[in-house]
Structures are given as C-alpha cells and as structure tokens.
Write a protein that binds this ligand. Structure first.
Ligand code: NAI
Length: 365
C-alpha cells in the first residue's frame, strides 16, 4: 500500500510520520490490511514482543485519513508495551485500527476478514475489544482466528477488572499519602460512571469512601442512582472539593488550564492518556498533587483478557490485579526517594522489565 507523503504545508513532526515509520519509531512490524469485498481497511501495529506476544484491542473509528489512523495505532501499540510490562505480564504491545464508521461499515463478514489478517500473524498479535468494537464483534473475528481474547466465548467484559485495578492503585496511593486509613473517610470524585466508573463507585463505597460523580449521560447516572441512591452528582468533579479525582471517561482532561482548578491531592483513574502532554506531570507535582500513571492503574482489564491465553483461574486473575497496588506503592516510594515524577519512575520500571527479559527469537514471540 502506498501512503501519500504529507502535504508540504504540514509541519507536524511526530514519531508517526507515515513516510518515516521505521526510522522514527521503535515498532517491530506494521501491517496494512485491505479486503475489497467487505471494505475493510485496517492497520495492525506490533510495537515490541520482547516480553511475549503482542496484545491490544482493535479500535474501529472514522479516521480522517490513513495518516491519522497510523499515528493513532503507533501511539496506542507503544502504550500497550508499557501497560503489559508495568503489569508484570509476559506480553508485548500491539494494537489495531479499522478505518471507517462502525455504525455503517461494520459487518460480521468484515470482522471475519479482519480476523484472517490477525490469523496471518500466527500468534505474534492477539486482538481484543476497544473503542468501536464489542465482545460480539470479537465472536466474528474468532471465526477466522484463535488469536482473540475478550469475546463472549472468552472472559467477557473487563469493566470490573479495570475498576478493581484502579481501586487497588488508589488505595495504595492513599496509604502512601495519608497512612493506614487509606481511602476510609476520603472523598473521591469519579468522572464517568460507565463500565469501569460504576464498579469503581461500588468498591469505593465498600471501602468507606464518600463518592461524588459526574457524567453527562442520563442513562449512566440513572443506572448509578438505582444502585446507589445516596451518591452525589455534579456537573463536574474535576474542580470539586474532593481528596481524589478519578478520571474514568475521556483522556487528556489534565491540561495546563485544568490543573490549577484541581482541589484533589491525588489523581488516579481508568482513562487512558490522562495528561495532555508530559509537561502536565510537572505542573501536578508543582501543585503537590500525586498522579498515579494511567497505564499502571488501568491494566486490570488487560490482565483479565490476557488470562485467557494462559488459562489462569479467576483467583489468579484477581491476585494479579491486586498486585497493581504493590506496583503503585513501589512507584510512589521510589519517586519520593529519588525526587522523580511517578510517570518517569513507571517508565523506568517498564524499561527495566523489558531489558531483563531473556533474548528471544522474535519470530516465536
Ligand atoms: P464507557 O464508555 O463504558 O463509560 C464512559 C462514561 O463516561 C460514560 O458513561 C460517558 O457518558 C461518560 N462521559 C463521557 N464524557 C464525559 C465527561 N466529559 N465527563 C464525565 N463523564 C463523561 O467506558 P469505560 O469502559 O467505562 O472506560 C472508561 C475509561 O477507561 C475510558 O477512557 C477507557 O479508555 C478506559 N479504559 C477502560 C478499560 C475497560 O476495561 N473498559 C480498560 C482500560 C482503560
């Protein structure tokens, strides 16, 4: 497939420049997939298989261009390497994107055609659900390949596992900040009460925390109110008078404009890519706010779906998710001792784990 070079006026210089992928990014393999009959256009990116086969979801999204789709899949697959390594999994990082509007383009045949491309990688890449794809779609993918996790035939929705990992992370961070009482009596603002946030609210209430939520979806709020009528609802929790801000909706909510509005001393949530850019980590520290890196806190879902590969029991899965709390404690202790940002310490831990892996033949990842 030929990719058009960037227009001369386009001065964006990113690692995802389609004309220089191999030169400027660390990805092992990037595959462009097209199926005329179903209209499938997809890109699968395998970032790193040092620790094991790549695993990451398939995002189905109406990208404006192939360049945009490529930039996204390169960024997302790299993030999966970090997430898997931080979670102590013997997995590498990968991700896929299908270009188009899932509402109009998605068919069982297209998902089966996509599954054939996944299958052609012979297990170097396992796929899962992401934005725009569901466990039901994965059932169709699974008709063409065995390298799929998180389908209805597998371990199913990962919302609770992700919430439990966030909860264990938040509790560890709370103990680091406030001592043994942890989250008891603390006030947590949960932004977004969908598949993850709703379970997080439950876990927090059980731990004796006070919870306030914000979500523009009447459906999500109604569901929450039915289960927990006493929970307070606000239009925004980012600027609320809370001890902990838990972003569980969209990414990039922490920016130079929003950090000054925070009243929380701790930020810990499920949303991916919470910081607009890396400078925000410094702004948070300057304000004395502790940030738990998102790719560490939200790995519970990954741990759950990955367990299908190794056939782990639910007890083993729960223990592995709980261990995220230990990792968070290590990160915050180390960050405090050496005066570094938690995100930088987490990156170092990822690099240490990748570097410590025995050399392997990547074809057998
Ligand atoms: P979801 O789509 O089920 O729920 C998101 C909720 O956020 C919805 O109720 C939506 O109405 C609400 N929302 C949207 N905009 C909002 C805003 N501006 N303020 C407050 N609420 C808003 O998504 P899910 O699965 O709960 O995921 C939440 C976040 O966690 C996402 O960023 C996702 O990428 C991330 N994540 C999810 C994992 C999972 O296992 N589901 C795994 C790892 C990360």
């Amino acid at each position: 497939m030929t990719i058009a070079p960037p227009a001369p006026h386009d001065t964006r210089a990113t690692a995802a420049d389609p004309v220089d992928v191999l030169g400027s990014s660390a990805h092992e393999q990037v595959i462009f997939c097209r199926d005329e009959a179903t209209g499938l256009r997809a890109i699968i990116a395998i970032h790193d298989t040092t620790l094991g086969p790549a695993l990451g979801g398939t995002r189905f999204y109406p990208y404006g261009s192939e360049r945009e789709a490529l930039a996204d899949v390169l960024r997302l697959s790299e993030g999966m390497t970090s997430k898997a390594a931080a979670a102590g999994l013997e997995l590498g990082g990968g991700k896929a994107v299908i270009i188009g509007d899932p509402a109009t383009l998605k068919t069982p045949d297209l998902m089966r055609a996509y599954g054939r491309f996944v299958d052609s990688l012979s297990g170097r890449y396992f796929t899962a659900a992401d934005v725009g794809t569901t466990a039901g779609d994965l059932d169709h993918v699974g008709e063409s390949t065995e390298y799929v996790v998180g389908s209805n035939r597998g371990s199913g929705d990962s919302g609770f596992s992700t919430a439990y990992g966030v909860f264990c992370s938040m509790r560890a961070a709370a103990e680091h900040l406030w001592g043994a009482a942890g989250l008891a009596g603390r006030h947590v603002g949960v932004e977004g009460v969908g598949k993850v946030g709703s379970h997080l609210v439950e876990l927090l209430l059980d731990a004796g925390a006070q919870v306030t939520v914000a979500d523009p979806s009447a459906t999500s709020i109604d569901r929450l109110r039915q289960a927990h009528p006493g929970v307070a609802v606000r239009s925004s929790v980012l600027d609320a008078d809370v001890d902990v801000y838990a972003p569980c909706a969209l990414g990039a909510t922490l920016t130079p404009a929003t950090v000054p509005q925070l009243k929380a001393a701790l930020v810990c949530g499920a949303a991916n890519n919470q910081l607009l850019d890396s400078s925000v980590a410094t702004l948070l520290r300057e304000r004395g706010i502790t940030w738990v890196p998102d790719f560490v806190a939200n790995a519970g879902g990954l741990i759950q779906v990955a367990s299908e590969i190794w056939e782990h029991t639910p007890e083993q899965v729960r223990a592995r998710i709980a261990a995220i709390g230990t990792t968070v404690r290590d990160i915050l202790d180390r960050a405090q001792t050496i005066g570094e940002l938690p995100g930088d310490v987490a990156d170092t831990i990822v690099q240490e784990r990748v570097d410590a892996a025995p050399a392997r033949d990547r074809r057998d990842a």
